[in-house]
Ligand binder design. Structure first.
Ligand SMILES: Cc1ncc(COP(=O)(O)O)c(C=O)c1O
Length: 376
């Protein structure tokens, strides 16, 4: 059994993928070829944003967007410590300070009430500039509240939608929920390519223009290749990856439905298991189930469960075993254990089970049986 079965997906579209990659090899425009523009139009159309800017990874998407907002030393950017390192890494990389805010115990996403408290208390020492809301495991964060708080304090909001492309939030799509959004096309993501890739989404023409420039070494407008108007990076999306994604986009809506179906089978099957808390989705939101993550009642029970699944050759993963404020890389921030108790507690009890669009019901039934039969 696979944790994420990319081979099953490839089998479905292998011919179309081969044709698309061959087309790139035939025309030879490996850098910023026509497939990139085609993909950007598809992505913006799907998410419902004015612009989508392809880039080299989800990390580059976050970095480029913070560069577009001119983040630097002395600035504070608020985010959660219960996320992949990239979310906060890019803030530090630009010399700014990540200010962590604990998560909501139900959604695993940033807690808006704690966010407001954190902004108020950090105003004295730092210059609050922006918020990065993370759509963990594919569920959008509470953007109505986050955007309201941002407006109150004159901050920008970036949606880290690396895991949530395809999800919905009160009639809108993920990637259209904040001033700008970043997604990742890492192969294991809901929409993944065959290498690294990412994109930034926005409705703001100034931010879009800056992103397009930053993506290619801060170049000037079209036709001014060797005129550099700002500091940028090499953050381009490969043409071949765009070609792969254009094919994958044709089956993506169906794959999202399949993910939602698989998640509901897990949730129904595990509903009577009193030592497990399955993920819940607030009214009006859908998750794209990048991961199906469960909380065990104790760390010991998690160990027992992981062992039982391993004994049955069922792969598992832990997202995330160490919250960012306790990572050595962020030790300069001076956080001690206990600073963000929900993130710390969940890091010890959470685990993820196989989740992808091609899970068969028999495999899910087996996983449910094993999870439900762990001895007390
Ligand atoms: C929440 C989150 N943010 C950012 C990233 C970074 O994306 P990438 O791996 O494409 O750089 C990831 C990817 O794992 C992620 O899960």
């Amino acid at each position: 059994m696979q944790f994420i079965d990319l081979a099953a997906q490839q089998k479905r579209i292998r011919n179309e993928l081969e044709t698309a990659v061959k087309t790139v090899m035939d025309h030879g425009r490996y850098i910023m070829g026509p497939e990139v523009k085609e993909l950007e139009e598809r992505l913006a159309d799907y998410a419902g944003t004015r612009y989508a800017v392809g880039c080299a990874s989800g990390t580059d998407a976050l970095l480029m967007v913070l560069m577009a907002y001119k983040i630097g030393p002395g600035d504070a950017v608020f985010t959660t410590p219960f996320t992949f390192v990239a979310t906060a890494e890019v803030i530090s990389l630009l010399g700014a300070t990540p200010v962590f805010v604990d998560i909501d115990p139900i959604t695993f996403n940033i807690d808006p009430q704690k966010l407001e408290e954190a902004i108020r208390t950090s105003v004295q020492a730092l210059n609050p500039r922006g918020i990065i809301g993370v759509d963990l495991f594919g569920l959008p964060a509470e953007y109505d509240e986050i955007n309201k708080i941002a407006e109150k304090f004159n901050l920008f909001v970036v949606e880290d939608a690396a895991q949530s492309f395809g999800a919905e939030y009160r009639g809108k799509k993920a990637c259209a929920l904040a001033n700008a959004a970043c997604t990742s096309f890492f192969p294991a993501k809901p929409l993944g390519c065959y290498g690294d890739g990412g994109a930034v989404f926005t409705d703001d023409p100034d931010i879009a223009e800056r992103l397009i420039s930053i993506r290619v070494h801060g170049q000037g407008r079209e036709g001014e290749k060797y005129k550099n108007v700002r500091i940028g990076v090499n953050g381009r999306l490969d043409t071949i990856q765009a070609a792969v994604l254009n094919v994958k986009m044709t089956i993506f809506p169906d794959e999202v439905e399949r993910r939602i179906r698989a998640a509901s089978i897990y949730s129904a099957g595990l509903s009577g298991c009193d030592y497990l808390t399955t993920p819940s989705t607030p009214d009006g939101l859908t998750s794209v189930w990048a991961q199906y993550s469960i909380l065990a009642d104790t760390p010991e029970r998690r160990d027992q469960i992981l062992q039982a699944l391993k004994d049955n050759a069922i792969p598992t993963s832990i997202y995330y075993p160490i919250p960012l404020h306790l990572q050595k890389a962020f030790s300069n921030l001076g956080h001690k254990p206990g600073a963000f108790p929900i993130s710390e507690d969940y890091a010890e009890r959470i685990f993820s089970i196989p989740m992808h669009p091609y899970l068969d019901e028999k495999a899910q039934t087996k996983i449910i049986e094993i999870l439900a039969s762990v001895q007390k």
